[in-house]
Design a protein around this ligand. Sequence first.
Ligand SMILES: NC(=O)c1ccc[n+]([C@@H]2O[C@H](COP(=O)([O-])OP(=O)(O)OC[C@H]3O[C@@H](n4cnc5c(N)ncnc54)[C@H](OP(=O)(O)O)[C@@H]3O)[C@@H](O)[C@H]2O)c1
Length: 327
Amino acid sequence: MHAAVVTAFGPADVLELTELPDPAPGPGQVAIDVTHAAVGLIDVYVRQGLYKDQKGLPQPPYVPGLEVAGTVRALGDGVEGLRVGEPVVTLSGTGAEGGYASVAVVDAAMTVSLEGSGVDPASAVAAVPNAATAYLALTEVAHLKPGEHVLVHGALGGLASAFPGMARTLGAAGVTGTARRPALERARTSALPYDDVLASDDFAEAVGDRRFDIVVDPVGGQVRTDSLRVMAPMGRMLLVGNAGGDWQHTVPTNTLWGGNLAMLGFAVGHHLPNHPEQARPAARAALEAIRQGLIPIDIQTLPLSQAAEAHRRIENGSVGGKLVLAP
Ligand SMILES: NC(=O)c1ccc[n+]([C@@H]2O[C@H](COP(=O)([O-])OP(=O)(O)OC[C@H]3O[C@@H](n4cnc5c(N)ncnc54)[C@H](OP(=O)(O)O)[C@@H]3O)[C@@H](O)[C@H]2O)c1
């Protein structure tokens, strides 16, 4: 098979196109002929070596990539409910590797059929994993109630883009986004179902008296601190990423006490392996929201041979949607 391999931790050009033996599925696994592989900021962090000491994450040489779409190539022992040739998409939760290749092996529990969904594989891999994450974060973690108001930081980001549509399907009364100034106009004119998008450097002043029941924060740092000022009593902040790169960020916990506020971490890759039964319901909710046109993510597709360029684009923040590799 063709694969893009991280040959060492370091800058994007450590990614090299290589030929490797085709992997075979073990018990409970599925081999997929990959047509599209998602690229996310997490792939960049792992390649940079940010998590090099974290248990369970790969060491070079490895094939990066968490999520793929394609057709089932072979079934491992004990796999039921999927057939060879079936179009599928996978959710994150299968480890941080294997996607940037023409054949990927993943857990059957994280593999979801696209048959009859009306969603094409590029849109599926660009939106289903993040929309399923948004669904689980909003239902299982933040317990969104109909009529609540939601604020989403880094509005155009791959993960963030899934939240306004998913929040609407769950009955949110309104969804506001924030974006840094260079991305502001793009975010305001995007088809994502935000009611409004504010500049992230002064959103806490710009919202006036409005207060939010749920804040979705994949960015961290100063926007995380500022968010505490705009949360409604009993408000919940979802800590789902750290795109801003402030790894030392802290919050004054007495602010949470006095304001009746909660901060809730959620990492789907650590959650779904412990709760595989939640994968397919979340994926079904994601596919339905996509089918309704609520998650219109801009997709950039590059050939697998340009995996390094894909990482550079993510690193310089020029994607504004989701980047997908086509093996
Ligand atoms: N919790 C989970 O299960 C889960 C799942 C997927 C991803 N994540 C995490 O979520 C975060 C975002 O991932 P993603 O794949 O959505 O990334 P992405 O597509 O690159 O989006 C990141 C967004 O963050 C915003 N941002 C603000 N300050 C930034 C800065 N200094 N540098 C870069 N971006 C900045 C950018 O928005 P503007 O330019 O519009 O401001 C950008 O659109 C990452 O930390 C990732 O690890 C978590």
